[in-house]
Design a protein around this ligand. Structure first.
Ligand code: SF4
Length: 418
């Protein structure tokens, strides 16, 4: 495998030459402190505009005063699928996962460097107007969401619902309320529920309660692959409250309470870790009985890392492929080989077998909690959440032959003909 080597003076302007994002490059900006009147949703609370049904971000009106559990936000893809917004998605008819994001004027109280929802944006943009994983998140009354999904019953396009917590003092209780209101009307057998947790405000009993109320899968957004990157991007490095130890404590609670195959961790690839780092973590999660859900780093507009390069496709494809082999094909990280900079140089299986996995394309689809198609196909397809459609990182649909040819070029793996 041919690789370009970065030198010690690497910066964002030289990244066209790189085939991976090195640690020296991936440094967030320092957050600025917003003026006092803008903090804690000050502008929205001072205006105190009453919400009237669905709120579409950037609507050129004052952002209404909306709060969970009465209001939740959902991805643009989910809003289109639900018929709340009009629009078309490139090569996707719908999304299979309804992500419900808790919403408050105060927003998320954390400051994660890669995230569009982070606290440091208080002066620039009200919470309900912030972009997150590259898209807008319309706010919708929870009752309206539940009415619509319940009316569709088993014919619903959604294979899963996911409650996405944020760092807010109300987040734990409101997650319970949203889950109860949902399961009162919609059976978890028809549409299973995942929890994307916020460990910082949680204790073991919270995890237990969500399990007892019918949640199916519990995930922890570690996001960073190493403790150093965690601290730099979502801990002390950016005046954010999260700690690696607390995230692992709740992840272990989830393992104990939800059981094998029913818990997982989100990991963002390309924030300065090596491929060996991230795949060692993937193996650790599999050994615990869980799964990894991967995201390709993308410089989210307005975030503290928006000046940095997206993960080069070759790095991302190697990690996607290796992670799929570890998660679903029983290959172990110690069977794989890595070069001096921690990059995968051998996937640990025979070329013919590797060709079959690449050609099947599933390894390159969005990873996340499963839907109704297969265990290794995520309901959570997050269309274009980690890349533009022009250079897809996670495929929200089955890659076709042309896509696979492009993936092979990115991997620099030529198919061996018999
Ligand atoms: S806790 Fe989650 S929502 Fe809040 S800033 Fe961090 S990544 Fe974003």
């Amino acid at each position: 495998m041919s690789c370009h080597r970065p030198d010690a003076t690497t910066d964002a302007t030289t990244t066209a030459l790189l085939d991976h994002n090195p640690a020296t490059l991936m440094q967030p900006r320092q957050p600025e402190m917003p003026p006092k009147a803008m903090r804690n949703g000050g502008r929205v609370k001072a205006n105190n505009v009453a919400p009237q049904g669905v709120y579409l971000p950037n609507y050129n009106i004052l952002t209404p005063h909306m709060r969970s559990p009465e209001y939740v936000q959902m991805s643009t893809a989910a809003a289109i699928t639900l018929g709340i917004m009009t629009g078309k998605m490139y090569r996707c008819a719908c999304t299979r996962c309804l992500n419900l994001l808790l919403s408050y004027p105060e927003g998320c109280r954390a400051n994660c460097a890669y995230c569009g929802l982070a606290r440091h944006r208080e002066a620039e943009r009200d919470y309900a107007d912030r972009n997150f994983i590259r898209v807008d998140w319309p706010a919708v009354p929870l009752e309206k969401v539940i009415d619509k999904v319940a009316a569709d019953g088993a014919a619903s396009p959604f294979h899963r619902m996911c409650i996405s917590m944020i760092t807010h003092p109300r987040s734990d209780d409101d997650t319970v309320t949203v889950l109860k209101q949902w399961t009162d009307r919609i059976s978890p057998e028809t549409i299973p529920v995942s929890i994307l947790s916020n460990p910082t405000t949680m204790v073991r009993d919270d995890v237990q309660r969500l399990h007892e109320l019918g949640a199916d899968i519990f995930t922890v957004a570690l996001d960073a692959a190493t403790p150093e990157i965690f601290d730099r991007t979502r801990g002390k490095g950016v005046q954010s409250p999260h700690s690696w130890a607390k995230y692992w404590e709740i992840l272990r609670d989830a393992r104990d309470i939800f059981g094998p195959q029913k818990f997982g961790a989100h990991i963002i690839v390309g924030m300065g870790e090596t491929e060996h780092d991230v795949l060692t973590l993937v193996q650790q999660l599999v050994d615990m009985g869980g799964h990894s859900h991967m995201f390709c780093f993308f410089p989210e507009k307005g975030s503290l890392m928006d000046h940095l390069p997206a993960t080069p496709r070759d790095q991302w494809r190697r990690v996607q492929l290796a992670r799929y082999l570890i998660d679903y094909r029983g290959v172990r990280v110690d069977q794989m080989k890595f070069d001096g900079e921690g990059r995968v140089s051998d996937f640990g299986i025979a070329q013919g077998e590797l060709d079959d996995v690449i050609n099947a394309g599933v390894a390159f689809r969005t990873s996340g909690c499963p839907g109704k198609f297969a265990e290794d196909i995520s309901a959570c397809d997050r269309p274009y959440g980690d890349s533009p459609p022009s250079n897809i990182a996670s495929f929200p649909f089955p890659p076709n032959k042309g896509d696979v040819r492009k993936i092979r070029r990115q991997l620099r793996i030529i198919e061996q003909k018999n």
